[in-house]
Design a protein around this ligand. Sequence first.
Ligand code: SF4
Length: 466
Amino acid sequence: MEYVFRSGSIETGFRSSQPLVDGTKAHQKVQKTYGKNDKKEVYLKTEIPFEEMTFQIDGRCDGLLISEDGSLTIDEIKSTSGSLDAITEDSYPVHWAQATVYGYIYATDNDLDKITIQLTYIQVRTEEKKYFQRSLTREELADFVMDVVAQYAPYARLRLELKRTRDESTKMLAFPFESYRDGQRKLAGAVYKTIHEQKTLFAKASTGIGKTISTIFPSAKAIGEGHLEKIFYLTAKTITRTAAEEAFRLLQEKGLAITVVTITAKDKICFQEQVNCDKTECPFANGYYDRINGAILDILQNETLMTRPVIEKYARKHTVCPFEFSLDLAYAADAVICDYNYIFDPKVSLQRLLDEQRKKSALLVDEAHNLVDRAREMYSATVEKETFLALYRMYKDENEVIAKSANAVNEYLMEKKKQNQQLEKELDEKLVHVVDAFAYAAEEELMRGGEAEELLLNGYFSAQRL
Ligand code: SF4
């Protein structure tokens, strides 16, 4: 649904980082209001033949509401931490699409002439709700679903073809050198066995034995044999990223048909003088989602090694942001070369990777000893007293809730300073409490939109990380 319905620009406005947990709770709150005949979390599945392909569509609809006269409503619940006033019937076509497909499956399976589709939006904090309904006939539902399938088909077909050629090519793939260097065969064998047994291998190998190719070659073989769907080659440095690209290039020259994408950091690959992703400032952000599907099809049809210059070329051709483009490609490619962050950092990881893909991914971590320090950075949080004192001063005449909560954090830290307490084994619950209260107050203000004060944003993000 997302592939077909995404449109518009890259959003830079403030978005809450909370919705996942609150969202689940909010869903349950709506489901608790269901009547005794209503059903929740209904699993629906269907197969749709289309030209030479068969699409398998499945999902869990939030609710199936059964009224006294026997009429049926498919309920799709969405939670928001923003204001419900901003949501109109036509705000999110993708939500209608999702619910309509559930409606189609249910109506077809149960031979119904029509069904009602309902979107329920719930505000996570106030628990206020807003409903929209549409009644659709079986014919309307079928037309809609066939149209979605037809729009998705070119992409699905391309992915299928790429997968077929890839699997075929790995069967004949031989090690790309005439002979193995000392230790190389052992390492390659151990990598292959580890993937096969779904275990973890820590390898210490001396410089110059050709570690990169010895890990990439067996992983590529494992893809062709169905043990893997994806390879992530994770590095801390640009130079080792180039070594991985060269290893893939070599295998491609020997016949391997695999798609590889390199993710380059946003500030390095950005086309603008300064990173400012506001659609009014950056033409590559403006309308990004209107053009991205065309860009993806074009590059996947013509390139297999999508390095930085290749991504830049296609990003310019289709006027799309090269960074977001590389992230979107990462979901489609067989192999991704990137920094550790995109897998391990909870703030920037590739969140949209499907569980299926996660389970069948191999992580090849180059110089894994670096991960200790990097993980410390990724999972550490800092709250600075000065920020909260400044926020208190800034908001004391303007927004009492923010001022009070910022001051509570400031006072807590001041108290700790007086006690000269620098190290505690566990995070103090009181600190979590005052920081949470501030985060809620700040979020309310930020969700109102407009020019967000940088100080407030900084304070909010440092509070969220704790
Ligand atoms: S090109 Fe730069 S400024 Fe534009 S959307 Fe991409 S990262 Fe943001």
